[in-house]
Each structure stands twice: as structure tokens, then as C-alpha cells.
Design a protein around this ligand. Sequence first.
Ligand SMILES: *Cc1c(COP(=O)(O)O)cnc(C)c1O
Length: 371
Amino acid sequence: MGLPLVDLAWQHRQVAAEIEPQLLHMMSTGRFVLGDEVERFEEEYARYCGVRHCIGVASGTDALVLSLRAVGLQPGDEVIVPANSFVASAAAVVLAGGVPVLVDVRDDTLLLDLDAARAAITARTRAIIPVHLFGRLVDMPALAALAADAGLAVIEDAAQAHGARAGSYWPGSTSELVATSFYPAKNLGAYGDAGAVLTNRSDLAERMLLLRDHGSPDKYHHEIVGTNSRLDALQAAVLSVKLAHLDEWNALRREAAGRYASLLAGVPGVAAPPPAGAAEHVWHLYTVRVPRRDRILEALRQASIGAGVHYPVPLHLQPALLPYAGEAARPVAERAASELLSLPIYPGITPAQQELVAATLSRLLRGSLSR
Ligand SMILES: *Cc1c(COP(=O)(O)O)cnc(C)c1O
């Protein structure tokens, strides 16, 4: 592929000199699970996020599942989830014994539609999972008010929003828990699977420490049934080094997003994502909407330009989640699924590469629109 959707090699070059000797040293010490490196990263990430506690876990999916268990989800409890997200946002609810209620998204931001969420609340609704998709934050004050009115726990899915803030709100500032992922391609990515939970509540933090390690405060004493979802020391060491670069890398993503916005401004047929407004969008993905998306996607790939679709099938139409599809209409998510197109974006993408993407897209759209 000439131009990939995500380039992780660039990031590794920025940190290789620091990370490689550390990893080699750690291999010789034999410390691989939890331990000092994990505690150090948890402290650093909590401080960076402005949230009191960070608990490292094995993946973003586990972070969501364990968060739902931590708030005491009971079998059959309903949890509101947006219909446009990665499958984990809804699968986690099923894995925790609950029922995902998949609601439509807003036409402008493609994030959870709060009116649709309010309309979906029933006597069984226990929690809501706003997903800060693409790196853009859900309207947090409005969401917090809705959750408070209805007595719902809020678990934020911030897997795509490391470092995003909106004025005096940020993930964790108003919610019970934040679940995040450090899958390699995320804005803060490990060298394998990893995740974390953030919370300001010390009772939930303590429960999470038990849940991630077989309910075990001391070796071979088990207070509750937990699981094995510990963070690896090697991943924590990588994450500590990369965390120091996160703001700089997010700034490069913002710069790249601004460049796409101007390059695509005059291109007929492209609907660019709305500007971030006062919030600090961290542009995990740069997702436009185009007509005849599948043909455009195929042609981009033929031209060696990596593009993606996030996501091609809304969650209520995924075979795995059909039992939870219900009757509600989700027209926005369904239409968006056939139009969304994610363009290459990552720290290290060059202006020339972005110009090539924009020019190719423009040529393809002119061709496909004139036919
Ligand atoms: C990546 C992602 C997850 C899951 O994280 P994993 O670490 O892959 O388990 C959950 N939600 C969203 C929105 C994601 O992008």
C-alpha cells in the first residue's frame, strides 16, 4: 500500500531509542505482569487525564465489561449505546450480562443522539455509554444532565479520544467511569493489546483493582469473582514513553485535519466532518461522507491510498447483535454507514500525502458524479 490508513512505523521511529533498551532490560528482569511499570503508567495517565484513579487492564473491551460490572449491572439491565461504534461498545454490555439498547446518532457529528437516548430510557435502563467516536467528545454537560435526571450510571467509551477535552469538561470529569483502549492504532497505542479504566471514585477504583485480578487483594485470597485482565509491564513501559508525546502527536493530527478541511472545501460531493468548535477534537479518524462510497473506496485502494469505513454496518444490523436490534428506527446511522469514508490520518502524514489523497478523491468524485 502506497499510503496507509495508519502509519505506526513513524511513531516507533520517534520513540525507538528510548523504548528499545528499556524493553530489553525488562526482559532480563523477568517482571512482566503488573508491578512498578504498570503503577507508574497508571499514575502518569491519571494525572494526564485529570482523573484521580487509573487502573490498567488487558484491553478496551475489558475496560468496558469491567466498568459495567463495577457499577453493579444486573442480568437484563438495559444500557444505552450509540448504533454507530466499534462492536465492543455494545458487545461489552452483553458480556457483562446486560441488554444493549442501540440508539441513533446525530446527523452532524455521528455521535450519540441525546434525544434518541432520552426516548429509549425505560424502567430497566441502568447505564449509558457515550462513545467519543473519531476523537470528538459527546456533549458532556447535556449528557450528564440527562443521566442525572434518569438516575443512570455513565460509562464513557474514550477508546478513540485520548487527550480530548471540551472547556471545563473532559472524560471522567462528570461520569462514573471512563473505559479506554491502547490498541496499537489508537491515539495512544501500546505494542499489543492494552486498556485502562479511569474514575474519580475511590470505591469504584478499588472494585476495579479486584475485578481485573480475580477478586484478589492478596495472593490466593479471592473476595469476588473477577477475571484475569491485568496490564503487562512491557506495554505499560511503552505507554509511559509514548504518553510524553501524546499532546504533540494530537496537535499534528489537528493540523492534518485542518489541512484536509481546506483541501476538500471546494470538492463537490464531499461532506467534511463539522469543525470541532470549542472542544479539542483529537482526530483519531478523519471521516468524510461521499456518495457511491463503495466504488470510491475501491478506486482509492486501486490508487494505493489506504481508506477505511467506520463503520460499514450499524450495530443493530450486525448479526451478533440482532437479538438486541428491537424495533426502533435508526435512519441516520443506516444512511451514514453507506456514505462514511475515513481518510489516512496519523502523526507524520505529510502535506504532500494529504494533497494526493484530496486530489485523488476529487478526481474520483468528479468522474463518478458525472456518470
Ligand atoms: C478500539 C475500541 C474499543 C475496544 O478496544 P480494544 O482494546 O480493541 O478491546 C472500544 N470502543 C471503541 C470506540 C474502540 O474504538
